[in-house]
Design a protein. Structure first.
Lengths: 473, 499
């Protein structure tokens, strides 16, 4: 066997091993939900860590064998250090943070690093630098969330900053790819809608957590509609949809009124039909979705290439560097999922969807356990934002729904998206730790000697303590 | 509550004061208050499942179609490692192969030059025909892993998979030469399996030299030599459509169709439109069988007036007018426009196969096959199997029933009438050759851009008792069916029965 052949054989073996490890990782990110015993959970986390680092190693091994670029080894080393630091720092600074959330965040980031490096080394270095800086800054966020109660009281501040930023972008922005998405500050392109997403969630949480009289709901709806409208006019349809769905879900949970939600969905349908007839760019998107091959060389090209990529990959992928994901325009931003499917395969891709779903379930789980209405709504809102975005980008790339051009959080290339997602994860971590505070405070207020309590009370208190002890995952 | 208490406990305050009382923000935790959150969770879980389902659906159901899409160039990168596979007939005749020179340069070669030009297609300057449809398969190798590794070690390319087609080289050549210099098409198929035995379209081109002739070929819009007329050409069906009209009439008059009686005076007028028989011939008193055999226009115009438009439309659509044909080949949809409230003129012209009705030769062959096969329509196909270069079958296509279009009784009445066409009617040249034929001729008048002319049609099958072969012939501007299309069909049938 000559060297070239050996390289091929090793790459093939590594490719399948990656898939097996990803399946194991994914299964474990769900079994951990069911696992109540703390030491068993530690075991699972350890195994997940091993899976993640081995996948990361194997992928870089394949890439090194295919390119023989020395800088890849250094870059790999830097990434391993970054991932280890992130895991260790959270563990030591915030022992009560959600381990499963951090782990999944690292997993998604590492998949992103792998695929972006495959597509463009330079972009990947940029992405990595932003991730590292962002993670470092985000380490402070859980602390801020826990400390500053004032965060829950700045509702109107959020509203003005949010609408202001979006309007600023709409007016002053450069026109990029048909959608006015970014403004440039000191050489950095800054995608305002990515950050306004978070501010928006806080604004809605503030508006709807204190009261939900008819008047308040109308005010909140008008303000939310203002956000959405600005985004539609800026032709940023993906973000408009994310804002809309997030508002609707938060409204439903806050008011617990399915009737209002129905009206919201109805209003959406009317608005969507109106928008279809008003805006040519929306009609084109729907046209492409119905038959991308009708205008193959023109507007349908991107989605056709995405479908070709998915088909070419099959269940197990072509292997890194054996496909041509670069054929999809804007692949690293909008079609990351298709690129991953082409070279790493459908099985890996389905696991990736399931990991994203586990993240979302964790977000809602945390919301469920919070009793402060503001925090509860904020956690839910962030979860909804995340899930909607995943659905839009993967659904768009697979032609399940019309393309809206949003990123796959943590995986796609794009600094603003990456920073805002890392911030969102950190905020939810902060909220998760708040929950621990709440329980302790409650317990302290309630506990009386067992003799003074009825047997039922003793039972329920003990149960609560036990639950709390087991809740730290 | 004093907030200053926590300030020094930076990272891990044991107990922190949370606003549990202020502004009525507290909600008691408990299952009943998380109902909405559960609903939201389940909705999104459902959406995530939808994504997974979509990915799986693409990979299971759409993958083959996407891989062989004409625009998909992904497989082309395989040509660095794979030698484009051969296309051969099931008798083993080579239709397309890849030649390697001493430097490893590849040239695609087509031993039959123009004879298979449209059906096999070309693979330079884009792709067409089988070369396009099976591009992915031709550029993939299912050879054993051992062989692949051996090839990889020697730095050699591996031979791509082979496409084995149902086409018969002898019949294809007979049809090709029989059509001669006419523009048009011939489609030959096996009625009980749907296997395509021959498919000719003219004008044609030589795939061996297409690279150098590309400019002229692609610029020629008046002749469109690159278009496969057999599958994508749309023609007025003329009298061949009377097969469909007759079936609609049979269905409207199941008990008394034999009592149909008509006195042909050579012309029939209604609402300022006059339908005449060919050469203004007067067929006189006739029943349905006789009207069919002599292809009497006035009788069928009368049937058109008597038959409910909806019923005729339904029968036409049963035969797949206005629908896609059940095949992987790129094919045009045939057109049938008669509506409930169409005028008497439209009724009459549509019944005799003029009017706005359009049909492809492949579709006409499929209709004829269905009648031959006792009313059961088979899916037409021309790829018999895909095998590796050493003959291991990768995928085999078996005959598939598409649907039952009519009852065996209806099919046998039509067969009887079509036999009459040959024994005593417009296709008499096909009788007395040692095999029995049932068929229908057509002389389709057209008018495009001020010029008028007549296309010559014949559809039929043989033998009448046990059909082995069905054929559809169209010769553009060939005049009557009897004069041009029937002799072409005879040559093909002679070749089939006598070699």
């Amino acid at each position: 066997m000559n060297l070239a052949n050996l390289t091929g054989t090793v790459s093939k073996a590594a490719q399948y091993l990656i898939i097996v490890l990803m399946v194991i990782y994914t299964v474990q990110s769900y079994t951990v939900f069911a696992q109540r015993n703390r030491t068993d959970r530690e075991q699972i986390f350890l195994r997940q860590n091993v899976s993640m680092f081995v996948i990361h190693f194997l992928a870089y091994l394949i890439m090194y064998l295919n390119t023989a670029k020395f800088e890849l080894i250094l870059f790999y080393g830097a990434q391993v250090l970054y991932l280890m630091f992130t895991l260790l720092l959270y563990r030591n600074l915030y022992p009560r943070a959600s381990r499963s959330l951090i782990k999944n965040m690292c997993m998604l980031l590492s998949v992103g690093f792998i695929m972006i490096t495959r597509l463009s080394y330079d972009q990947s270095v940029k992405q990595f630098e932003i991730a590292a800086a962002g993670t470092a800054i985000a380490l402070l966020i859980p602390l801020i969330v826990r400390k500053l109660l004032v965060l829950t009281k700045m509702t109107w501040g959020y509203v003005f900053v949010g609408i202001g930023l979006l309007a600023l972008v709409m007016i002053a922005a450069n026109v990029t790819n048909g959608a006015r998405l970014a403004i440039y500050i000191a050489g950095f392109s800054f995608q305002a809608s990515e950050f306004v997403k978070i501010i928006f969630v806080f604004a809605v949480a503030g508006l709807l957590s204190t009261e939900h009289s008819f008047r308040r709901v109308v005010i909140a709806t008008v303000l939310a509609a203002a956000h959405v409208l600005i985004l539609v006019v800026s032709t940023d349809l993906g973000s408009a949809l994310i804002f809309f769905v997030t508002y609707l879900v938060m409204l439903f949970v806050a008011t617990r009124n399915p009737f209002l939600t129905m009206i919201g969905i109805l209003a959406f349908c009317v608005a969507a039909i109106a928008a279809y007839f008003l805006f040519a760019h929306i009609r084109i998107r729907v046209q492409i979705w119905r038959d991308p091959f009708a205008d193959y060389a023109g507007s349908g090209y991107q989605i056709c290439q995405s479908l070709f990529a998915i088909a070419a990959g099959g269940w197990f992928g072509t292997g890194l560097y054996n496909g041509s994901p670069g054929a999809i325009p804007y692949v690293a931003q909008d079609f990351m999922f298709s690129a991953i499917l082409e070279e790493m395969g459908g099985v890996f891709g389905i696991c990736l969807i399931l990991v994203c779903m586990a993240v979302f379930i964790m977000f809602v789980n945390i919301a469920m356990k919070l009793s402060n209405r503001f925090y509860r709504l904020a956690a839910l809102g962030i979860g909804t934002t995340y899930a909607t975005q995943v659905f839009l980008t993967i659904g768009g790339g697979t032609k399940l729904i019309p393309m809206t051009g949003v990123t796959l959080p943590l995986v796609s290339y794009g600094g603003s998206s990456l920073l805002s997602t890392i911030t969102m994860f950190a905020i939810v971590q902060g909220l998760y730790m708040l929950r621990g505070d709440e329980v302790k405070q409650k317990n302290a207020a309630q506990i009386r000697p067992e003799t003074e309590r009825t047997p039922q009370e003793v039972y329920s208190d003990r149960r609560m303590e036990r639950d709390e002890a087991q809740r730290r995952y | 509550m004093k907030r200053s208490e926590d300030i020094d406990r930076t990272f891990e305050p044991e107990i922190r004061n949370v606003d549990l009382t202020g502004q009525g923000q507290e909600v008691p935790t408990g299952r009943q208050h998380n109902t909405e959150l559960s609903v939201v969770t389940w909705i999104f879980v459902l959406l995530f499942m939808l994504l997974i389902g979509r990915v799986a659906y693409i990979l299971v159901a759409e993958s083959d179609r996407l891989k062989s899409n004409i625009n998909n160039t992904k497989a082309d990168s395989n040509s660095e490692n794979v030698i484009r596979g051969d296309i051969i007939t099931s008798e083993g005749t080579l239709l397309a192969t890849t030649l390697l020179d001493e430097y490893g340069n590849q040239t695609r070669s087509y031993p039959f030059d123009n004879v298979f030009s449209h059906v096999v297609g070309y693979a330079t300057n884009g792709k067409s025909g089988l070369e396009a449809e099976e591009n992915y398969e031709l550029l993939s190798s299912h050879s054993s892993l051992l062989k692949q590794i051996q090839a990889g070690e020697k730095g050699e390319k591996i031979q791509g998979d082979r496409i084995v087609v149902t086409l018969n080289a002898k019949l294809q050549q007979a049809a090709y030469y029989a059509l001669g210099s006419y523009r048009g098409a011939v489609v030959v198929m096996e009625p009980d399996s749907g296997r395509i035995l021959a498919m000719v379209s003219k004008p044609d081109f030589n795939p061996n030299t297409i690279g150098s002739e590309w400019e002229t070929l692609s610029a020629d819009t008046s002749q469109s030599p690159l278009l496969n007329r057999a599958t994508q050409g749309l023609y007025p069906p003329g009298s061949t459509f009377k097969m469909v009209t007759t079936l609609a009439y049979l269905r409207d008059h199941p008990a008394d169709y034999q009592q149909f009686s008509w006195n042909c005076q050579g012309a029939l007028s209604q609402d300022d439109v006059t339908i005449t028989c060919y050469n203004n011939e007067m067929h006189g008193q006739e029943d349905l069988a006789a009207a069919f055999a002599s292809s009497c226009n006035t009788a069928f115009a009368q049937i058109g007036l008597e038959t409910d438009n909806g019923d005729l439309r339904k029968t036409a659509e049963d035969f797949l007018f206005n629908k896609s044909l059940p095949t992987s080949m790129p094919s045009s949809q045939s057109v049938f426009k008669l509506k409930k409230d169409s005028s008497a003129a439209e009724q009459m012209t549509t019944a005799i196969g003029q009017g706005e009705t359009l049909v492809s030769p492949l579709h006409m062959a499929l209709i004829t096959s269905t009648i031959a096969n006792g009313g059961v329509m088979m899916r037409p196909y021309y790829v018999d199997r895909i095998e590796t270069s050493d003959g291991t079958v990768v995928r085999k296509q078996d005959p598939e029933i598409y649907r039952k279009v009519m009852t065996p009784e209806e099919a046998s009445v039509l067969t009887e009438y079509m036999t009459g066409t040959v024994t005593r009617g417009t296709a008499a040249a096909l009788s007395g050759n040692g095999y029995t034929v049932a068929g229908k001729t057509g002389s389709a008048e057209y008018e495009t851009g001020g010029t008028t002319g007549t296309h010559s049609w014949f559809c039929g099958f043989a033998e009448t008792g046990e059909p082995h072969i069905a054929i559809a012939v169209i010769a553009e501007d060939g005049g009557t069916g009897s004069s041009t299309a029937v002799p072409i069909a005879k040559q093909v049938l002679d070749t089939f029965f006598y070699g």
